[in-house]
Design a binder for this molecule. Structure first.
Ligand SMILES: *[C@@H]1O[C@H](CO)[C@@H](O)[C@H](O)[C@H]1NC(C)=O
Ligand SMILES: *[C@@H]1O[C@H](CO)[C@@H](O)[C@H](O)[C@H]1NC(C)=O
Ligand SMILES: *[C@@H]1O[C@H](CO)[C@@H](O)[C@H](O)[C@H]1NC(C)=O
Ligand SMILES: *[C@@H]1O[C@H](CO)[C@@H](O)[C@H](O)[C@H]1NC(C)=O
Ligand SMILES: *[C@@H]1O[C@H](CO)[C@@H](O)[C@H](O)[C@H]1NC(C)=O
Ligand SMILES: *[C@@H]1O[C@H](CO)[C@@H](O)[C@H](O)[C@H]1NC(C)=O
Ligand SMILES: *[C@@H]1O[C@H](CO)[C@@H](O)[C@H](O)[C@H]1NC(C)=O
Length: 509
């Protein structure tokens, strides 16, 4: 624009081409302005000028410009800038060429990465798991677990201390990594898995104890043979089988978790589904009662113990008719006492629908013969290697424990045994290999497995197996034949015990 201005100025100082009078009429500037305007649209900008023609026919005009001096320096600067820009453009152009090359390299890297991710997926690490939030949650939960472990380890807690340091380091590492590269998440995940394994080992070490003295005679059996640590490691060979001499001892409790509804839900039950066809596949279930200690309204299922530990991927269901904490789960069905009745309901866990509801003949209900310190458990359902059982009392049994074997499909009673043990004086019971074991309260810190009834032989008798506890009351006990563990609901805490069986020589059955 300034260039064209210079051009206009040059024009202005040229001698007038034609007769002067053509250009202007004295006293009138308008025609001149019009002719300028006609010639160049730019002239509008400079319409503020005065012009006159001298006697010698020289055109004189003055133009008032917004900028009084011609900005030659600026033009120079502009030219300079233009040159620099051109150089820069050259540079950028070469960079673009470079980038095109780089892009092809990155493309290759991307392909490599895709392959890696595919490999990772095949390794069983799903894509959604590559998430820092999840990892943080896991680390946090592990930390909590370790703290709880530490509390339950009185005395030597060196391993746990070590684990705690490692987990704290892990937290820092996760935070650091989060600012770097998401791909490194995998490394962390592997470390977390290793840590988890260590935690499990740690828990095992805590619960797997070797009895120092020969055990007392086991129920229904006479042979006494010594057993040792080796036997404990060999237990897996006998899983699901009953080729042992019965329960002779029990590990210390290991607290797994607080129930998902919280501290105030002190009544309830938990356990693991026993699938006779796939014993290692059973889901975990947690069924805290409402705070009235009677109504079972909500329960949760977890596919794995890890899910339960993290409160992750839970499936929650509602039933409005459960009563008490005598619930048991067998072969993907939950068995509950129907509210305010002597009925047992079978609930399909796939659909949460009632498959069967059937009265238990002669069973007394409505809190007449419940357990000591635990209400609304007149009807206690149990599962063992042989299937489904129910423990209750009748008026005819004068409140003594009655054991019935049930058909798990139809809930019909298959067989019944009447014991000489008064039900309201025991705190809980469980079945293992057709043998009923009953506990009683010694004090706020200990229970005792004090009584057994063997339905295989009809024999009954006393035991004295001390069972430490975390909280005062044992709300319910469920046995799992594959794990050979007790799942105990201890005033809101989910607690596990390992059972220790009497080893005996293989007998032909
Ligand atoms: C012409 O110039 C005078 C002063 O020099 C200014 O006040 C006026 O606004 C200008 N007119 C136009 C059309 O630019
Ligand atoms: C991609 O993987 C191949 C084979 O593993 C390797 O040779 C190549 O250098 C990798 N490319 C890049 C860009 O990482
Ligand atoms: C934890 O981190 C500290 C400092 O980075 C290091 O000295 C220590 O060895 C780490 N501990 C473990 C168990 O990894
Ligand atoms: C039973 O196990 C406990 C540890 O849980 C142990 O202290 C005790 O000695 C064992 N009792 C017998 C009789 O083996
Ligand atoms: C397991 O039992 C077998 C015999 O039944 C024995 O040979 C083996 O040593 C035992 N394993 C362990 C770890 O003790
Ligand atoms: C539960 O219900 C589903 C769907 O109706 C059915 O396929 C399944 O066989 C039932 N399971 C049991 C154990 O009855
Ligand atoms: C259990 O009940 C079902 C259905 O009524 C029947 O088919 C099955 O034979 C019964 N099983 C036993 C062991 O009685």
């Amino acid at each position: 624009m300034r260039c064209s201005l210079a051009f206009l100025l040059a024009l202005c100082f040229l001698p007038a081409p034609g007769p002067a009078q053509d250009l202007t009429a004295p006293g009138s500037e308008a025609p001149l302005a019009t002719s300028w305007a006609e010639g160049d649209a730019v002239s509008q900008t400079f319409s503020n000028f005065t012009g006159s023609v001298s006697d010698r026919g020289i055109c004189q005009c003055s133009v008032s410009l917004p900028d009084s001096t011609f900005p030659a320096d600026r033009v120079e600067h502009l030219e300079f800038t233009a040159r620099i820009l051109a150089q820069k453009f050259e540079k950028e152009l070469s960079k673009v060429k470079e980038y095109v090359h780089l892009i092809s390299v990155y493309e290759q890297k991307l392909v490599n990465l895709t392959i890696r991710v595919e490999v990772m997926e095949k390794d069983g690490i799903s894509y959604t798991e590559l998430d820092f939030e999840l990892i943080k949650l896991e680390v946090k939960e592990m930390h909590k677990l370790v703290i709880r472990l530490k509390e339950s380890f009185v005395g030597s807690a060196d391993i746990v201390d070590q684990l705690e340091v490692e987990i704290r380091n892990m937290t820092l590492l996760v935070e650091k990594l989060e600012t770097l590269d998401k791909n490194n998440v995998l490394t962390i995940r592997r470390e977390i898995l290793a840590l988890k394994a260590k935690l499990k080992e740690c828990e095992m070490a805590k619960t797997e104890l070797v009895p120092a003295t020969p055990p007392p005679p086991a129920p229904g059996k006479h042979a006494i043979s010594f057993y040792n640590l080796k036997y404990l490691f060999n237990v897996s060979c006998f899983i699901g089988s009953c080729s042992h001499g019965g329960v002779v001892n029990i590990s210390n409790p290991s607290v797994v978790k607080l129930n998902w509804r919280g501290f105030s839900f002190i009544y309830g039950a938990w356990g693991r589904d026993y699938l006779p066809e796939q014993p290692e596949k059973g889901r975990y279930w947690v069924a805290p009662l409402n705070t009235d200690g009677k109504l079972l309204e909500y329960y949760r299922l977890y596919n794995t113990l890890d899910d339960l530990l993290l409160y992750a991927s839970a499936q929650q269901y509602r039933i409005a008719y459960g009563q008490g904490s005598g619930t048991a789960v067998y072969n993907n069905n939950m068995y509950v006492n129907w509210y305010n009745t002597g009925n047992i309901a079978k609930v399909n866990l796939t659909t949460n629908a009632v498959a069967v509801s059937r009265p238990l003949p002669n069973a007394v209900y409505s809190n007449r013969f419940s357990y000591a310190n635990v209400d609304w458990q007149d009807i206690d359902i149990a599962v063992d290697e042989h299937g489904l059982w129910v423990i209750y009392a009748t008026e005819a049994s004068t409140g003594n424990i009655v054991i019935s074997k049930l058909n798990d499909t139809s809930l019909e009673v298959l067989n019944t045994w009447v014991t000489r043990q008064y039900k309201p004086s025991v705190s809980s019971t469980f079945m293992v290999c057709g043998v009923l074991y009953a506990t009683r309260t010694l004090n706020t810190r200990a229970e005792e497995i004090f009584y057994y009834y063997d339905t295989n032989t009809g024999r009954e008798g006393n035991l004295a197996i001390k069972m430490r506890k975390m909280q005062e009351r044992i709300q319910s006990i469920n046995y799992h034949p594959f794990d050979q563990k007790l799942y105990v609901y201890n005033d809101g805490y989910l607690v596990n015990y390992n059972l220790i069986f009497l080893q005996e020589p293989q007998e032909p059955v």
